[in-house]
Design a protein around this ligand. Structure first.
Ligand SMILES: *Cc1c(COP(=O)(O)O)cnc(C)c1O
Length: 215
């Protein structure tokens, strides 16, 4: 049964942001319920899981990869993934380019930024590196740069969360200004605990797992 939380999420995001349902650790049946309710954007953070689930579920699902992606795993997901949201290094970009070319396709990518400096174990690009990084990414023929992904800090302090999301929004706008809105349409930010704030700060895609799947 679809949870009441689903209605609450839709009510908050309305037409401002789209929902990316984070299906990691959920059963195929749980995912199916959201598919049957009309959702098509699902995300996994492990290559093996994305591959297995993509094979087992309808092919019109737009699978998002949101975890740390090892370069040797790119080939496992390249035929199944719609968008890799966690692009944060040039060596990774080079491998995605190579595998996408080999699979004769293009793949959407978001650049993941690490903005919450207090969370030291998180992956993501430093914002100081943003402009030169984007210039390199735009040289790759099989990568479609669509925007960026960011995570709020791991804290209960709403002011601090808002500060980081505002910083993400400013970075997004300056990149869009420099490189054009075709390459900066998606600002992926907001999870179960902070998506309300993220939407207020201009998120265009929220990535929600726990809140959707648990009462
Ligand atoms: C797990 C995960 C989410 C969803 O987190 P919830 O707190 O379960 O909503 C969003 N983004 C990333 C990158 C994740 O790994």
């Amino acid at each position: 049964m679809i949870k009441a939380h689903y209605e609450a999420v839709k009510d908050i995001i309305r037409d401002k942001a789209v929902l990316c349902a984070v299906t990691k650790r959920r059963s195929l049946q749980e995912i199916r319920e959201y598919y049957d309710a009309g959702e098509r954007i699902f995300a996994e953070n492990r290559a093996q899981d994305l591959k297995e689930r993509a094979a087992a579920l309808p092919s019109d699902i737009r699978w998002q990869f949101i975890g740390h992606l090892q370069r040797n795993k790119v080939k496992d997901i390249i035929s199944f993934v719609d968008c890799i949201q966690s692009l944060d290094s040039l060596p990774l970009a080079a491998v995605i380019e190579k595998e996408a070319a080999r699979a004769n396709r293009t793949v959407d990518v978001l650049i993941e930024f690490h903005l919450a400096e207090e969370d030291t174990n998180k992956s993501g690009l430093a914002k100081e590196d943003a402009f030169p990084f984007v210039r390199e990414i735009l040289k790759y023929e099989h990568l479609n740069l669509k925007g960026m992904m960011a995570m709020g800090p791991h804290t209960d302090d709403e002011d601090r969360i808002r500060e980081v999301f505002e910083e993400a929004r400013q970075l997004f706008l300056s990149l869009r200004n420099e490189f054009g809105e075709d390459h900066f349409r998606v600002l992926s930010m907001g999870m179960s605990d902070d998506f309300r704030i993220a939407v207020e700060c201009g998120s265009t895609m929220v990535r929600i797992g726990t809140y959707l799947f648990e009462e």
